[in-house]
Design a protein around this ligand. Structure first.
Ligand code: BDR
Ligand code: CA
Length: 309
C-alpha cells in the first residue's frame, strides 16, 4: 500500500494527543515528523506532552519544538479546557527520547524538500509554525500535497462567538496559510461539534482494558468535564478529524468555500469568514468538512487505541 507522507504540527492538548495516537496507528499514513507549537499550553508543556504520548505508545518520529508565541501577538493558552499541564487527567510517564536540536520550521523544511512524494501537513494547533515556514521558505509549498487542518468555524466560534481557538490565537499565521494556494481541508467546529465522544464511548474504551485505551479514557474523563459543564452531551474530538479525513474521507461530508481570515476585527478577530453568497465568484480555497458518520469515526478512534494493546 502506498502510504501518505504526513507531518503533524500540534499543541497537545487532549484531542491533539488522540490525533497522534490515531495517526501512528494507521498503515495508510507515514508519519515523517511531529512539530510542536505553543497553543493549548506554553511550548515547553506542549513539547513535553507530545513526547510523553509518543513514548507511551512506543513511537519515536523526529519531534521538534517550534514557535513559543504567535507571529505578531501575545500567546493565549487554554488551561480551562486542557488544564495547567495541557494534558491534565492521568499521570503519564516521562518521555524516553529527546527532541531534535533544530527548530520545527527547519525540520519541516528539511523533510518537505527531501521527500520524493509531496507531503501532507496536518496542523491541529495555531498555525504559527506553518505561517513562519511559508514566509521564510516559500519554495517548500511546491512539495506540499495538501493541508488537512483543524481550525475555524463557519457557523460559530468557540473561543469567541466569532472565532475558533486555533485561528483566534494566531490569525496572521492562518491568513498566510489560507492564502497559500495549497489545497486546504478544514475540519472546523461545524464538523468537530458533531464528532462527539459520548460517555458510553469512554466506558467502552476503559472496559477494553488495554493500557492505551485506558489512558485515552482517563484523558477523556478530564476533557469531557469541561464540555459537560457547558451542557454538551458529548466531548468534541476536534483534532482527530483532521487525521481521520485522510484515512477515510468517505466518513465526511464536504463543501467547498472561499474563506478569508479576519485579522483586524474588534469583535471578530480570528473569524474564518466563509463567502456564502450563491452569486459570489470568489475562488474556493478550502474544502470544509461539515458533517461526518459519527459512529464510523468513534469506531476508528477506539480501534486505534486497541491496536496498541
Ligand atoms: C482546538 O483548540 C484546542 O483546544 C484543541 O486542541 C483544538 O485543536 C479546538 O478549538
Ligand atoms: Ca489542538
Amino acid at each position: 500500500m502506498k502510504k501518505i507522507p504526513i507531518i503533524m504540527d500540534c499543541d497537545p492538548g487532549h484531542d491533539d494527543a488522540i490525533a497522534l495516537i490515531l495517526a501512528c496507528s494507521r498503515e495508510e499514513l507515514d508519519l515523517k515528523a511531529v512539530t510542536v507549537v505553543a497553543g493549548n499550553q506554553t511550548l515547553d508543556k506542549t513539547l513535553g506532552n507530545a513526547k510523553k504520548i509518543l513514548s507511551f505508545i512506543g513511537k519515536h518520529p523526529p519531534v521538534a519544538a517550534g514557535a513559543a508565541k504567535p507571529m505578531f501577538r501575545e500567546l493565549q493558552t487554554a488551561p480551562s479546557v486542557h488544564g495547567e499541564s495541557g494534558l491534565d487527567g492521568p499521570s503519564i510517564p516521562e518521555p524516553d527520547f529527546r527532541e531534535e536540536r533544530m527548530h520545527a520550521v527547519d525540520l519541516l523544511r528539511e523533510i518537505i524538500t527531501g521527500s520524493p512524494e509531496p507531503v501532507t501537513l496536518v496542523p491541529t494547533g495555531p498555525l504559527t509554525n506553518i505561517g513562519i515556514l511559508f514566509t521564510t521558505y516559500p519554495e517548500v509549498k511546491k512539495n506540499i500535497q495538501r493541508i488537512s487542518l483543524m481550525g475555524g468555524g463557519i457557523e460559530t466560534g468557540n473561543w469567541t462567538s466569532a472565532a475558533e481557538f486555533n485561528i483566534f490565537v494566531d490569525p496572521e499565521a492562518a491568513d498566510i496559510v489560507f492564502r497559500s494556494g495549497i489545497p486546504i481541508i478544514m475540519s472546523s467546529l461545524d464538523v468537530t461539534h458533531r464528532a462527539f465522544f459520548m460517555q458510553e464511548d469512554i466506558d467502552r474504551l476503559r472496559n477494553s482494558g488495554g493500557r492505551v485505551s485506558v489512558l485515552v479514557a482517563e484523558l477523556m474523563d478530564f476533557y469531557y468535564n469541561y464540555y459537560k459543564k457547558r451542557g454538551s452531551t458529548g466531548a468534541p474530538l476536534h483534532d482527530p478529524c483532521a487525521v481521520a479525513y485522510l484515512v477515510k474521507p468517505e466518513l465526511f461530508i464536504t463543501k467547498p468555500y472561499h474563506i478569508d481570515i479576519e485579522c483586524a476585527g474588534k469583535f471578530t478577530a480570528g473569524m474564518t469568514l466563509a463567502d456564502r453568497r450563491p452569486w459570489s465568484d470568489a475562488e474556493f480555497n478550502v474544502t470544509a468538512n461539515i458533517d461526518l458518520d459519527r459512529e464510523g469515526f468513534v469506531n476508528m478512534i477506539i480501534k486505534a487505541c486497541e491496536s496498541y494493546n
